[in-house]
Design a protein around this ligand. Structure first.
Ligand code: SAH
Length: 396
């Protein structure tokens, strides 16, 4: 096996089980892209093995830390183990759509696999994952009960950073071809998912628990669902008895899918409205017109894609939350989220506290949310947890 030798004193994070080795920590490497390599310290001590990515700042993704030997059945064992850990999701019937493999957090760096009904959609976001994708796809067919076909999406930023092709946007990997739309069940709702053109692998599976929490608080309320995508939060609210739901998104395609999804949900006389516009603009228009809502959901796209972009992103989060806080009727509820990995929960909380002062309102937090149990986060890899949510109620 080819070797990657670390610079002097740079073995600490590997020993502590962090899965990434950055370029600055590498002294020498003679491997090619996607190759399995043995990682050794500057004084020749075996540290484990991983996948080599010569084009990326993250030069090695560790598969195994420690002195053990590499086993050719490692991928098979890891895929079966990750799928096995989802047994509860298969068993409880709440949903037939969940994440089967959550990359580094399931000890399969750069491998994301989401199950939608009888199909699986993958993303391979590092060179080593990409090099093994056909094997992983056939392992999914074997390991995941009921999966009839597997495809991959290539159109994501992480692949570009690894120097991996992002075109064509998708390709078929194993079993049957995937239909254009897959109907999934999630709690009280069903949704159509477009695995070819939808965001990420098609749907925001990571917000399942938050959708449930929002639904449980929505009865009888006038709800504004900002950045609604295909309608998730708003349709949960409707199915849980909201009086009215306004779904706002700038994408006509997403709204069209949200309307199709409405037909799949049993509403409780809820009045549904769809508005295609910029959320910042819509919130200001509501402010100027004196419109109020009992519940507002803010689930924007990632504002900060790096630490460097954090301060600008912080202003965006503050603006939008401040506007929403002012639009809430007395004792109203705000469910607000950030999927920027660069912003941690403490910083997000600080922004919300500042916004509430500027809005002249007092809030109490009724729930903190994160991605569900199908998106586990490795305890040694804080980068694995990007999503945070705060559900809070105004005390005035
Ligand atoms: N809450 C959704 C996921 C939101 S994804 C769910 O649970 O499924 C973010 C959405 O924000 C996308 O649909 C995107 O089209 C939309 N979006 C991005 N910028 C926007 C803006 N400035 N105004 C309105 N919508 C925007």
């Amino acid at each position: 096996m080819k070797k990657v030798v670390l610079a002097k004193g740079r073995e600490r994070s590997v020993i502590k089980n962090h899965p990434w080795i950055f370029s600055g920590a590498v002294q020498s490497a003679d491997a090619s892209s996607g190759e399995l390599v043995e990682v050794v310290s500057s004084d020749g001590k075996k540290l484990g093995f991983g996948w080599y990515s010569p084009m990326s700042q993250i030069r090695v993704r560790m598969l195994f830390s420690g002195e053990g030997e590499y086993s050719p059945s490692l991928l098979r064992e890891r895929v079966f183990a990750a799928v096995g850990r989802r047994a509860g999701f298969y068993a409880d019937g709440y949903t037939d759509a969940f994440r089967l493999i959550n990359a580094e957090n399931d000890l399969l760096p750069g491998v994301v696999v989401d199950k939608y009904g009888d199909f699986a959609v993958c993303q391979f976001t590092c060179a080593g994952a990409d090099a093994n994708k056909n094997e992983i796809a056939s392992l999914i067919m074997e390991a995941a009960p009921g999966v009839r076909g597997v495809m991959e999406r290539l159109d994501n930023d992480s692949r570009a950073k690894e120097g991996l092709p992002v075109e064509p946007r998708f390709s078929h990997l194993a079993g049957e071809s995937l239909p254009e739309n897959i109907k999934i069940k999630e709690g009280p709702c069903s949704f159509y998912v477009d695995p070819y053109k939808g965001h990420k692998t098609g749907f925001y599976l990571d917000q399942r628990d938050a959708r449930k929490a929002v639904g449980s608080l929505a009865n009888g309320k006038k709800v504004l669902n900002c950045f609604c995508y295909t309608g998730g939060f708003g349709l949960y609210a409707g199915s849980c008895g909201a009086e009215k739901v306004v779904q706002v998104d700038s994408s006509a395609e997403a709204l069209a899918m949200a309307k199709r999804n409405e037909a799949l949900v049993e509403l409780c006389g809820t009045k549904m409205e769809y508005v295609e516009t910029d959320v910042f603009r819509y919130l200001r228009e509501c402010r100027d017109a004196g419109v109020k809502f009992d519940m507002i959901i803010l689930d924007p796209p990632k504002f900060a894609s790096s630490k460097a972009a954090l301060m600008k992103a912080a202003r965006g989060y503050k603006d939008i939350n401040l506007l929403a806080m002012k639009l809430l009727s007395p004792y109203g509820t705000l469910a607000t989220f950030s999927c920027s990995g660069a912003m941690d929960a403490a910083f997000f909380g600080k922004i919300l506290a500042e916004a509430s002062c500027d809005a002249g309102r007092t809030f109490q937090v009724v729930a903190n949310t994160c991605a569900g149990a199908d998106h586990p986060v490795s305890i040694s890899f804080p980068e694995g947890g990007y999503l945070k949510g705060v559900i809070m109620t105004a005390l005035d």
